[in-house]
Write a protein that binds this ligand. Sequence first.
Ligand code: NDP
Length: 324
Amino acid sequence: MAKTAIIEAHGGPEQFKIIDREVGAPGPGEIRIRHKAVGLNFIDCYQRSGLYPMTLPHALGMEASGVIEAVGEGVTHLKVGDRAAYAAQPPGAYTEERVMPAAQVCPLPDAISFEDGAAMMLKGLTVQYLFRRTTPIAAGDTVLFHAAAGGVGLIACQWAKSDGIRLIGTAGTEAKCQLALDHGADACINYRDEDWVARLRDLTDGKGVDVVMDAVGADTFEGSLDSLRPLGFMISFGNASGPVPPFAVATLGAKGSLKITRPTLFTHIADHETCQQMARDLFEKVTAGDVKIRIDQRFPLEDVAEAHRALEARKTTGSTILTV
Ligand code: NDP
């Protein structure tokens, strides 16, 4: 039996129930993994609230690390006893042990702890595709990154620094701005206190940035478009403040032939080989010491509702994990 956090209805963090669940044996293409740590992500909040609806009841969670307990037919990249970590669908990582598809589960290098593995897969693979697979970004280019002191944000600050990319962050307090600067951001604007679009223009000598990475969504979308140089590239990849409202495509022309994409990690990692390659790229950054995983909050699995409340109240920095 495995202790598991599920929801039976969409809503607030009070919807979580802790149950004991049979784990079962893996079928073809599946593995059984005993978790050592579980990662918390903002997408879990969207799934819990119903912004991203799902069939219920369902366990939540999309990121974890652990030890492979059993391997189904046809799985060749993992064996019993291997250390492993993943960002993967379907949701169900908020548990001690589970059976799941093997394709997106990656062997975890010995040099990376289980806690770091659980805290970095979904966030780190996201940073990998943002910087390496979305639009060409070269050393010397300038990127605006919102919520730079968050889980994805602190990895992005370090990734940019190690690739010679100038990252200008935003964050909601002075302390968060300082954290982003300490992790490699070249500048960080407190967007709750300042006219951040004007400040951004000053920081770029009036030119604007090459690329914006915006997962704050509703509150920042328009300012983000106004922060780009002509022909600049907008990556809208999340909705922490609410979904981006519909907008007129002609706006992109009026603001200087801008380009825009709305990617999701799960498109990028759908192919097994691509996923494993992206993970190796991420692991290299971490084992080389270019990216350090910062875990600022730990909650026991039973307190997952508290963890969600903290994340949604903007009280967290860096990564958050659930201990099992
Ligand atoms: P974070 O740790 O970054 O937490 C979210 C942060 O967003 C908060 O700490 C807060 O930082 C900021 N924020 C701004 N406005 C609000 C608001 N109204 N309510 C809550 N938070 C707000 O989370 P993650 O690292 O897990 O994820 C970061 C973002 O990236 C999320 O939007 C997530 O959905 C997105 N994402 C998208 C993926 C994709 O492939 N499309 C994959 C992974 C993540 P501050 O106080 O500094 O403003």
